[in-house]
Write a protein that binds this ligand. Structure first.
Ligand code: NAP
Length: 289
């Protein structure tokens, strides 16, 4: 039986329309700033996408482009400026930063109530503790996709391939919050195929084309491919051998058109949430959100 394709574009359009309708009613529009260091072409594409999303939702948007060799104090000054800047509710820094810059110092510098992608350690801590905070956009996007297709993670086994700070670890935390039983795999996992075969929900974010083949997937599993890779022909693809796995899974996300658009839509939603909280005078640490 062919899997149901989880349509991330349709869900993203729905989320963005909901944001747009709320923004339309607001006197002060939400604002987002993106900070880009260097000339990474992929980052430029993401930036253009975010600008377009903000335009569609009625969110004010600006980009701060800094040279590849920007000194750390200058970058931190930009963040501090944005922290204080009225009208900017969300700050998004494109990670990873060039080698000479300290990711952690930058993450710590972002005011937690403007940290719309959950990179500040206090927000990451709250996520782990189950306290209200912004959910990081990509794992939150996966949760939205599951909810959209009425897939309840409770009482299910999930295998998460990847343990990065931006996808695998927070994804595991969000699934735990929804009563899922989660196994997190990485390059030192002794038998990745066996871990994957146990999964009712298999999520992969390894960045490795062709990693997940049909023999690694349980009949009827939900397969979510977060990765964005290029195949031999230079086409975008994920980690999953899509055609073969789609014949075995019950649900599957395409790449592109799966998790990616929902990630971007969640960023719009988080920015709206930040603006609504700022409108109520809520600033500072997440404990006041
Ligand atoms: P990352 O920091 O490179 O992490 C990759 C993770 O996968 C690591 O934990 C690594 O294990 C694990 N891994 C790699 N190869 C593996 C293998 N053969 N077997 C088992 N585990 C393996 O990457 P990331 O930033 O999390 O991104 C992952 C992918 O998702 C990339 O393709 C990226 O482009 C994509 N992505 C998509 C979105 C979206 O919105 N759709 C957002 C963010 C990222 P170790 O820890 O042992 O090295």
């Amino acid at each position: 039986m062919a899997a149901i394709v989880m349509d991330g574009k349709a869900l993203a359009a729905k989320i963005k329309e909901q944001v747009r309708l709320q923004v339309e009613r607001m006197e002060r529009k939400p604002g987002m700033a993106m900070v880009l260091v260097g000339e990474n072409p992929a980052a430029q594409v993401y930036e253009a996408g975010k600008r377009r999303d903000c335009q569609q939702c009625g969110i004010y948007y600006e980009t701060y482009r800094l040279p590849e060799d920007v000194p750390q104090p200058e970058l931190l000054d930009v963040i501090r400026f944005l922290n204080e800047r009225e009208g900017i509710d969300g700050i998004l820094v494109q990670f990873p930063l060039p080698e000479h810059l300290d990711d952690r110092a930058v993450q710590l510098a972002i005011r937690p109530d403007k940290d719309v992608d959950c990179v500040h350690p206090s927000n990451v801590g709250d996520l782990t503790l189950g306290v209200d905070c912004f959910w990081p956009c990509t794992p939150a996007g996966v949760m939205r996709l599951l909810a959209e297709y009425s897939i309840d993670p409770a009482y299910k086994n999930c295998t998460m391939v990847g343990r990065s700070n931006i996808v695998g670890k927070p994804q595991a935390m969000l699934l735990l919050r929804r009563d899922c039983t989660v196994t997190v795999c990485h390059t030192r996992t002794p038998d990745l195929a066996a871990e994957c075969r146990r999964a009712d929900i298999l999520i992969t974010a390894a960045g490795h084309t062709g990693l997940i083949t049909a023999d690694m997937v349980k009949e009827g599993a939900v397969v979510i491919d977060v990765a964005v890779n290029r195949d031999d022909q230079g086409q975008l693809c994920g980690d999953v051998d899509y055609q073969a796995v789609a014949r075995k899974a019950s649900y599957i996300t395409p790449v592109p058109g799966g998790v990616g658009p929902v990630t971007r839509a969640v960023l719009m939603e988080n920015t709206l949430t930040a603006a609504l909280r700022h409108g109520k005078g809520e600033i500072g640490g997440t404990e006041r959100l």
